[in-house]
Structure formats: C-alpha cells, structure tokens
Ligand binder design. Sequence first.
Ligand code: PGA
Length: 251
Amino acid sequence: MRTWIVAGNWKMHNTNEESVALAKAIKDGVSSLKNGEVVLAPPFTSLYRVAQIIKGSSISLAAQNMFYEDKGAFTGEISPVMLKDIGCTYVIIGHSERRKYFHEKDADVNLKVKKALALGLKPIMCVGETDEEREKNVTRAVVGRQVKEGLRGVDKIDNVVIAYEPVWAIGTGKVATPAQAQDVHAFIRAILKDIYHDAAAGIRILYGGSVTADNISELIAMEDIDGALVGGASLKTDGFLGIIKNIAGEK
Ligand code: PGA
C-alpha cells in the first residue's frame, strides 16, 4: 500500500537559528512512524543545518525549488546536484507561488521533474486550479493539463509525488472539502492510470491548502489522499506534530 507523507513547506521563513530550533522540536516529537514519512522543506539557506539535525532520524529533507541544469552560468540558481550533495531526498517543483510570482510554466516544471528524477531526487510536483478557474468549471482541464505536461516524457513514475493544492486554498484558511479534494485526487489518479497503468496505484498524491491538525483527519480519510503538503501550520511545532499524529492515526 501507499505510505503517507507529511511535508512541511517552510517557504521564505526562518533564519538558521529558527530553522534549527523548529527541526529539533519536530525531530523530538516524531518518534516511530508507522507506514509514513515526514519531510521538511526549509529555505535553501537552512538546508545544511537542518540536514545535520535530522541525520539518522526518520525525517527526510526537501528543497522548495531547483534549476533544471546540473551546473553553469545561471546566477542565483541552485542545482539538483547541490541539493543531493547537501542531503535532500525530495524537491518541491511547480508550487503555485513559483508559477504565479516567478512565471514558471508547465514546460519548466517538466524540465525540472525530469532532471530531478535523472539525478535521484524525488519531485513533489504541485498542481492546482485558481479560484477563477474553479468558478469557470475548468478545474479538471487545468489540473489535467498540469499533470500531463509536467510528466511529459517521464517513463517511470515510481519516485514522483504529486501535490494537489487548489490555489484558492493556499494560505487562505479556505480548505477544500474532503469531497472536493477526493474528486480531484481520483481524477489525477485516473490520468496516471491511463499513462502508467498499474504503477498509478502506488503513487502518493498529497493534498495542500490550509491544512491544520483540525481539518486533516477528514481529508486523510479519503481513499486517494495520501498525505499533506503543509505551509503555515508547518511553522509551529504543535500544529505540525498534530497533523502528523492525526494522519498516522488514520492511515
Ligand atoms: P498553506 O500552504 O498550508 O499555508 O495553505 C500550503 C502550501 O503552499 O504548500
């Protein structure tokens, strides 16, 4: 069966000192994990420090972004080779904030996903519709396109994690209902099944968007929801540990 994942996306928060304190507190709070994985995605500047803290624990490290070349004259970019070197297992790709503020397109997401996989990093590929797109009833068209284009040319899906994050739910406190989320998760899995057949059943699809310890239990009870990508609530030890506990209790 699929192992659940709870990933904390710290976004552009935390100095090194703050990152170290949070990572230590989470490590102390996460003891034995049953069928699941906890992933921390600090900002680039804290990756090294957090890597040292979680070394030897059951927590994995993720970056929040990467570039799609190994090395070269790309001022300000970070290579997946560097991320591997520093201890990352996962990398978040195509987050809606990257798409919105940094104009990342499906084609960029695709290049990054392929490069991550080629170098042995597991991409957490984010997809999701905006408020306007949901209003216009084009959620499936948008999410379907993002999934297919993001995975174009990817032959082996096993190391890919998908995060469905409706843009209207991110950082807004407006969480999708379990039925709304399950509907899109099942739709994504059906697309994966068309392309990857039996392998689709093993792919983790995370929900993200205003997840808290209070709302996660009913979301995670849904058949195709395999975990959570958490922003705001991952910055507080109690909130994040509460989410982990509630997911571990359900799945
Ligand atoms: P949020 O962010 O939990 O603060 O809504 C989720 C995300 O952007 O991954």
